[in-house]
Design a protein around this ligand. Structure first.
Ligand SMILES: Cc1ncc(COP(=O)(O)O)c(C=O)c1O
Length: 367
């Protein structure tokens, strides 16, 4: 199947997790000039850490084997990086794969996938395609999950899967640690909380924290993480969920595949670097993000306070027209996220990428 513009235009609603579904979601229309900067998919601008690249180069010649015998240690290493045991994690080809398992296991035609909207769409889209119930609620006034409403819906349905993306994609807003604590304390019967922390590494606000402590406490909480974002490994496909062993045992049969040994070795090498590498990458993105915020303020362009490696900028114009106009200038931004039809999601790239974004936005808005 070739990804043509006609293919995109004629395709049915993207259903979940295939390459084509992701590409269709990211599509903003129009031809991209050769030197386009890609600020549309929340990827990290630098590659994987150098040690991970070396580890991958070393193993490529051995990729004739599955390397099954290494997986036990791989599970243990990922679990240990969070102070957990091997049976408290499930690794997937990207966190998408384990999100898929969670939708399969914890939602049904009567047990809804409950989320605030807009958010990362793969989960609710898959649940809908499977004929499972989906409840989409408005985000709070701070563009984060409205936890009171999420819990009330789960109560009403007699259970389900509550999905909180923290920070939320596409708004970049955080769910506070108080709201997370309240949700865990008030989880209705038959309800599991899935906290997607794909972007938590980029947060610098003391107002939120990881939900991993609730996994340690044995609550009905699943925490999802990915190596696609701050680790710079989106194309390698590795992510995981952490949860109580009985929850992991339920998810495990729904996994589809074996992780590539190249990804395994890259992740192990990156984990070996410890928190310093993550701290440096976080600081770099936070600095570039801060500079963009300062420039937007100066230009009187409003935005949602960002805590991820992307941010929502209010162009006060329809993004359906703005995004192709920026693409023609060699800057790819995110697609529209209704109902925020005038806001564009911009990934934080390199300083040069952001300079090009500022130039293109200035020209387009005449500011
Ligand atoms: C919030 C969120 N969760 C999960 C994912 C899936 O990432 P991956 O499958 O690469 O781990 C993405 C991808 O952009 C995302 O934005």
């Amino acid at each position: 199947m070739k990804l043509t513009r006609r293919g995109f235009a004629g395709a049915v609603a993207a259903a979940g997790f295939t390459e084509f579904a992701f590409a269709q979601r990211a599509n903003i229309g129009g031809a991209a000039p050769k030197d386009t900067v890609w600020l549309n998919a929340n990827e990290f601008p630098d590659g994987p850490p150098a040690a991970a690249i070396t580890a991958m180069q070393r193993v490529i010649g051995e990729s004739n084997r599955y390397h099954y015998r290494e997986f036990n240690d791989f599970y243990k290493a990922i679990a240990a990086s969070e102070g957990l045991k091997g049976d408290q994690v499930l690794i997937g080809a990207g966190s998408s794969e384990v999100l898929h398992s969670a939708v399969d296991v914890f939602t049904s035609p009567t047990r809804p996938f409950i989320t605030c909207w807009p958010t990362f769409e793969a989960g609710p889209e898959l649940a809908a395609v499977e004929g499972h119930k989906v409840v989409k609620l408005p985000l709070s006034s701070s563009y984060a999950s409205d936890v009171k409403k999420l819990v009330a819906e789960a109560e009403k349905a007699g259970g389900g899967l509550i999905y909180i993306c923290n920070p939320n994609n596409p708004t970049g807003a955080i769910t506070t640690k108080q709201d997370l604590a309240w949700t865990v304390e008030n989880l209705p019967k038959n309800t599991t909380l899935l906290v997607d922390e794909a972007y938590l590494h980029f947060n610098v606000s003391p107002d939120t924290e990881s939900a991993m402590k609730y996994v340690h406490q044995g609550k009905d909480v699943i925490v999802m993480r990915t190596f696609s974002k701050i680790y710079g490994m989106a194309g390698l496909r590795a992510g995981f969920v952490a949860a109580r062993p009985d929850l992991i045992a339920k998810l495990e049969p729904y996994r589809n595949n074996v992780i590539s040994i190249v990804a395994v070795r890259a992740v192990l090498a990156a984990l070996d670097l410890g928190p310093k590498m993550i701290d440096e990458r976080r600081q770099k993105i936070a600095r570039t993000r801060g500079e963009l915020c300062a420039w937007l303020k100066e230009k009187k362009i409003s935005y949602i306070d960002p805590q991820a490696n992307f941010m929502m900028v209010d162009a006060k114009r329809d993004i359906k027209q703005m995004a192709p106009a920026l693409l023609a200038k060699g800057v790819a931004v995110g697609r529209p996220f209704p109902p925020y039809n005038t806001m564009m999601r911009v990934t934080i790239g390199t300083d040069a990428d952001m300079a090009k974004f500022r130039g293109a936005l200035s020209e387009t808005l005449s500011v």
